[in-house]
Design a protein around this ligand. Structure first.
Ligand code: PMP
Length: 328
């Protein structure tokens, strides 16, 4: 297997133009402790994580700022801190601390020469090749993959949602606050049910019947100028976009935020509803279960918050520059 030293890959990589097609086979991936070409990475058929879902992951975005000709990783440190927590829940640890993983990710993106919006996928997985369901006594490893990435939810004029017939995984069965690959079967069931029934996205309730979140997004409602979102004890993923938007809402728009349980019918009568996440970004919801939300169009609060968020992630707001790590 060709082993590429980090520095040499970086030096060799040509700058990638936005219109240049992404070639996955030759893309640089961090795999088994080195930078390698994607096409040269191999995992054995009996890899534990493949059989039992014993892995955890992150989704991190890097946004291209054309005016500054710069690629900015958004809140990468917080993503790696959450990855460390997910790994800890699964009896694993990260081989490097979050600041060094941020550095490694910068090198990876530079080695690929990306000059467009990118999605980064770090994965920590039980790498032992053996049969037997358990968490203890197994080896684990880290890989990091990245590729150009645009929209995650296609809808541009607002998202149409259904409340899923599937319930969200529970902390006492499969922890929702960890990004565990195995528990994403829950998200996949909800997402496919929604899309196959003609909706854009699913909203999932917890076992107690309160709203938890979207299939891979946190959820907010706005009622009379107050931003309301389920608390971290309602089986949500403790989202980084969620945290970002709560900060922008209170600090920049100067409006109140409430973390409390949300009932299903509040989705129908809220002034505005939106989903958010690294993939979905800021996604206003205009319909839930065939009920129009508010006016049925993207509301004024969502419009303002969405526009501010789009600037923040591209390092266009000085106050939040520290969240944006330049790659080049
Ligand atoms: N909930 C779930 C289940 C998710 O998969 C995601 C995406 N990571 C989110 C919420 C949003 O989290 P973040 O804003 O940190 O991407």
């Amino acid at each position: 297997m060709e082993v590429l030293e980090t520095a040499s890959v970086k030096a060799e990589a040509p700058a990638r133009q936005a219109d240049q097609p992404f070639d996955r086979e030759t893309a640089v991936v961090y795999f088994q402790g080195r930078m390698r070409r994607y096409g040269e990475c191999r995992l054995g058929p009996m890899t534990h994580a493949l059989h039992y879902g014993t892995a955890c992951f992150e989704g991190i975005r890097a946004h291209w700022n054309p005016a500054q000709e710069q690629l900015f990783l958004f809140r990468a440190r917080e993503h790696y801190e959450r990855l460390a927590q997910s790994a800890h829940i699964l009896n694993m640890s990260l081989p490097l601390d979050p600041p060094r993983l941020c550095e490694l990710t910068r090198e990876l993106l530079a080695a690929n020469g990306f000059r467009q919006d990118v999605y980064v996928r770090p994965l920590v997985y039980k790498s032992s090749e053996e049969i037997g369901v358990r968490l203890h006594g197994l080896e684990h490893d880290l890989l990091i993959y990245a590729q150009p990435f645009g929209r995650y939810i296609e809808a541009t004029t607002g998202v149409r949602c259904m409340v899923s017939s599937w319930r969200r995984v529970d902390d006492n069965s499969a922890p929702a606050r960890a990004k565990i690959t195995g528990t994403y079967v829950n998200a996949a069931l909800a997402k496919s049910e929604a899309v196959e029934n003609g909706y854009d996205e699913a909203i999932v309730l917890g076992q107690d019947g309160h709203v938890s979140e979207g299939s891979a997004e946190n959820l907010f409602i706005i009622r009379k100028g107050t931003l309301i979102t389920p608390p971290v004890t309602d089986n949500i993923l403790e989202g980084i976009t969620r945290d970002t938007l709560m900060r922008l809402w209170s600090e920049d728009l100067g409006l109140p935020v409430l973390e409390r349980s949300v009932d299903r019918t509040e989705l129908y009568i809220a002034d505005e509803v939106f989903l958010c996440g690294t993939g979905a970004q800021f996604s206003p919801v205009v319909e839930v279960d065939h009920r129009q939300v508010g006016t049925g169009k993207v509301g004024p609060y969502s419009q303002a918050l969405g526009e501010l968020y789009a600037k923040v992630v591209r390092a266009e707001v000085e106050k939040y520059r520290e969240w944006c790590l330049p790659v080049y």
